[in-house]
Design a protein around this ligand. Sequence first.
Ligand SMILES: CC(=O)SCCNC(=O)CCNC(=O)[C@H](O)C(C)(C)COP(=O)(O)OP(=O)(O)OC[C@H]1O[C@@H](n2cnc3c(N)ncnc32)[C@H](O)[C@@H]1OP(=O)(O)O
Length: 435
Amino acid sequence: MTKMNLTTRNGERIAVVAGLRTPFAKQATAFHGVPAVDLGKIVVNELLKKHDIDPTIIDQLVFGQVVQMPEAPNIAREIVLGTGMNVNTDAYSVSRACATSFQSTVNVTEAIMAGYVDVGIAGGADSSSVAPIGVSKKFARILLDLSKARSLGQKISLIRQLGLKDIMPVPPAVAEYSTGISMGQTAEQMAKTHNISREAQDELAHRSHTLATKSWQEGKLAGEVMTAYSEPYKSFIEKDNCIRENSELASYKKLRPCFDRKHGTVTAATSTPLTDGASAIILMREGRAKELGYKPLGYIKSYAFAAIDVWQDMLMGPSYATPLALKRAGMELKDLDLIEMHEAFAAQALANMKMFASTKFAREQLGQDKAIGDIDMAKFNVMGGSLAYGHPFAATGTRLIVQTLNELNRRGGGTGLTTACAAGGLGAAMIVETD
Ligand SMILES: CC(=O)SCCNC(=O)CCNC(=O)[C@H](O)C(C)(C)COP(=O)(O)OP(=O)(O)OC[C@H]1O[C@@H](n2cnc3c(N)ncnc32)[C@H](O)[C@@H]1OP(=O)(O)O
């Protein structure tokens, strides 16, 4: 197969020049009270400062946030207006559930390929601590009717229709809108369908924490996680705080399942914690990066998105998107030097790994004779994954892209796969390479 690259019309590659993320913090800890829009501003502000990028050269900023704030629906534009960037910088927001910052990266990539943009920022931010708490549909309707009621009698009769249940606040659910099935329940489905044992899930989570701890200790994350917070932002944390530095397999075994208390196997340790954080990357036309004197971290080689039904085993996206991204890159799984898969749940990652290796799955679901391939654990989530780092939904895609490129560079260069499942039965896969 001939290897292929994504390029502009005159053959220039799409360069990832730099990337940065906030430390990722467990819900209601270090970033308690800090909305996603501020996390986005913090990270973009520091990204520009750290890499001495003149904000006036940014043509476009595309950002996303999964749990949206009704008062600031276009987070991208708020970031431009709130970071001293040129007010004329185009900015819009995208949403693709947990693959949101894959999507923002693709939007900027495609704009560069089309020749419309030379320099763009992509990323995502989410806060599980500042969530839009709503009201029930009945309460919302009655509030509206109350505002239109003319007499006291009308008002009283409307209020009388409300019970205690109707006026209780409604937090956003981490569940599928059309089915009501939570992400955790889907992970339970996947563990059962694919026969993923509790032991295997515990081991993957323990591995994730152990490798993430080691990566921090070896200083590998220092360059890509911000530690300095410039004015007007206060100082926060300097390290991810979901990672268990003293992870012990024995303590995993003691935990009770969370989503199917009686027959389940998915626990708090084998689920990504609810997390706050933001991440962003700067993309440039290869020639523009050279003109400006930047040495890119790497390049976007190919990408693919895929979608499956949402009732059963919905978090299988990587198994559908990866073969497409490989085909578009003219590559096979064995050609890759690193494989970074978002660990939404240990059961979900393990089920996808099984399906990568399954010829039956390839034949029946992908319409191809050969399995995607066996995953070599020496290449898989080598610095740990989302189970340890956490998962601020929209920020995970650009975390994966930057972490993979930096690790490829430390290993002397190569090609890496980054892939994630997402709500709505969606999947994203992106292949990145270094020089
Ligand atoms: C496409 C996608 O990405 S879909 C995924 C989207 N994301 C989600 O759905 C989020 C899923 N996660 C969650 O909803 C929550 O994290 C839950 C419900 C699983 C757990 O929430 P909580 O109960 O608040 O978790 P908490 O951190 O308190 O942990 C519960 C217990 O497990 C323990 N624990 C958690 N992780 C570990 C670990 N790695 N090792 C040992 N013990 C652990 C905690 O210490 C705690 O013990 P304690 O009760 O004695 O204090």
